[in-house]
Unconditional design. Structure first.
Length: 190
């Protein structure tokens, strides 16, 4: 392959990596040495379900990409064989999925080196703590519940007097109807 073509291919790889890094909420660098092809495939599938992508990348190209994306905190973890998980949608979902994989495959040689959350470098321990956070959907559900609950209570408070008034009106209508039917019955008999 000509040098110009190799260079263009490397530049495209750096550009693609920089795009993924900049779009990611959480980027996790792992040492994948010792994973079989089947294990790597299973891990990729699990991470894909969490809205993440997992790929092996050359450290030199990833360094250039991290600098291009303005996320230089990633550079510290780029030593030795590296595979990178890009969490595009939900940082905690990626961290949870990776932690679940590690728990399920207890003898997995996969090692979490570290990563970046937004623009901040995070350690492997911090990634473990991120995994303990609720997912985006759970947080949104809890927030919605916290907004709706007071509104529901407020509507119940406002609605109660109206319900009582309707009950009183219904009772009075029945009372008047009964009185009217009683008078009709006694007036016809004379």
């Amino acid at each position: 392959m000509p040098k110009a073509e190799v260079r263009a291919q490397k530049e495209q790889t750096v550009s693609d990596l920089a795009d993924k890094i900049s779009r990611s909420q959480l980027v996790i660098v792992t040492d994948y040495r010792g994973l079989t092809v089947a294990e790597m495939s299973a891990l990729r599938g699990r991470l894909r379900q969490a809205g993440a992508e997992y790929q092996v990348a050359k450290n030199t190209l990833t360094r250039f990409a991290a600098q291009q994306a303005g996320r230089t905190g990633l550079v510290e973890d780029l030593a030795g064989p590296s595979a990178i998980a890009f969490g595009f949608e939900d940082a905690s979902a990626l961290a949870k999925s990776l932690q679940e994989y590690l728990r399920a495959a207890r003898t997995s040689p996969l090692v979490v080196k570290g990563g970046i959350l937004g623009d901040r470098r995070v350690t492997a321990d911090e990634i473990g703590r991120i995994a303990e956070l609720p997912t985006r959907e759970v947080v949104l559900g809890q927030t919605l519940g916290n907004v709706v609950a007071p509104l529901t209570s407020f509507l119940g408070i406002i609605n109660a007097p109206l319900q009582n008034l309707l009950g009183i009106i219904d009772a009075r209508i029945r009372q008047l109807e009964e009185a009217g039917s009683t008078q009709e019955g006694s007036g016809n008999g004379e």
